[in-house]
Design a protein around this ligand. Structure first.
Ligand code: COD
Ligand code: ATP
Length: 300
């Protein structure tokens, strides 16, 4: 019933495309979201993070846990793109996010693999759906503007709601580490002003997608206030992550001839310290989504 009313709202919101065209569009965005998260998982070397090569600093999850979680999230990305297209109010997006978290936890036996990604990529899918309904050419700034225009006020209130106990809210209260909620409230500036430009600089210099993702990840690690890092390593861990990432970037990132050895050394040192920049990893997934959606989709 809820799905029928969403379908009718979509037909009303994007009449030029018809129900079939809009469903195809939303399916395509959902596929890009899953692919982007898989690209993040498959990337190596990623300091302290789970990849297809090893589990990094994590004992309770493997790449297989992430893949199971990704399968469980396919429908969520479709539904939230459709909801965005239909100009759904924030509480509807939130309900979809909460349901998706529950599905993720069922698929992983209670392990948190994609909480940040459900939030960040979900909202970006909704904003991309909104751009489509408005007939706006899909660019990074159009996506960010749609997110803030349609759901910015509620996102601001969401960031102020530290009542739900979580590692993120504990890091906020203890260390004033801002984390995912603040990122969302500001329209994910780390995605649009840090990760995406780093990815594009490397691609423009003629280097491959793998290197571009590594450069984007290190740029994000150097910049974000990552509550995963605060939770595991406190302020000293957060400083260590930022310093290592800045040193990698300062030597030219993947333009340096020894970049891979440096990234592997960084990975080993993070594993020894049990550090894991999960927030930066989530944001890298978001960067990949924005890049692929803007590059592959023609809204005309
Ligand atoms: C806002 C969320 C991410 C909760 O964040 P909170 O900081 O309270 O919790 P928690 O520590 O459990 O999760 C943080 C997640 O964000 C990621 N993260 C950490 N730091 C950052 C950062 N700086 N930027 C982006 N993501 C980050 C982590 O990898 C982790 O997955 C979200 O899970 C949430 O609100 N869930 C309830 C459902 C909902 O309201 N959804 C909103 C619409 S989709
Ligand atoms: N490749 C990845 N490897 C590890 N974490 C990742 C990866 N990609 C994204 N993440 C993010 O990192 C978070 C997992 O971190 P972590 O296990 O430290 O969190 P936690 O479950 O909140 O805490 P803990 O396991 O320490 O009790 C996930 O929510 C996910 O959003």
């Amino acid at each position: 019933m809820a799905e029928l009313s969403t379908a009718l709202r979509i037909a009303h919101a994007a009449p030029a495309f018809g129900i079939d065209g809009t469903r195809q569009f939303c399916q395509r965005i959902a596929r890009l979201a899953v692919r982007s998260l898989y690209a993040e998982l498959a990337l190596y070397p990623k300091p302290g993070l789970v990849s297809l090569v090893d589990n990094g600093s994590h004992q309770d999850m493997t790449a297989a846990t992430f893949v199971r979680s990704l399968f469980a999230l396919r429908r969520y990305f479709l539904l939230i793109t459709q909801a965005g297209m239909a100009d759904a109010p924030f509480h509807e997006l939130k309900r979809l996010g909460i349901d998706a978290e529950a599905r993720m936890l069922r698929a992983t036996n209670g392990i948190n693999t994609h909480r940040g990604a459900i939030f960040c990529l979900g909202l970006l899918c909704a904003a991309i759906g909104r751009c489509r309904a408005d007939g706006v050419v899909l660019t990074p700034s159009a996506i960010q503007a749609a997110l803030l225009r349609y759901w910015g006020r509620e996102l601001g209130a969401h960031s102020g709601d530290a009542a739900t106990p979580s590692h993120g809210t504990a890091a906020l209260l203890r260390y004033a580490a801002s984390g995912a909620r603040e990122e969302g409230a500001r329209g994910f500036p780390s995605v649009f002003a840090v990760g995406l430009p780093a990815l594009r600089r490397t691609l423009a210099a003629g280097r491959c997608a793998r290197r571009a993702r590594i450069d984007a990840l290190f740029a994000l690690m150097a910049h974000v206030s990552d509550t995963n890092v605060y939770h595991r390593g406190g302020p000293a861990g957060a400083l260590a992550v930022r310093r290592s990432a800045r040193a990698f970037v300062a030597r030219g990132g993947t333009a340096a001839p020894d970049w891979e050895a440096r990234a592997v050394a960084c990975h080993r040192s993070f594993v020894a310290a049990r550090l894991s920049p999960g927030g930066a990893a989530d944001l890298l997934g978001a960067v990949c989504l924005v890049q692929s959606a803007c590059a592959e989709l023609d809204l005309t």
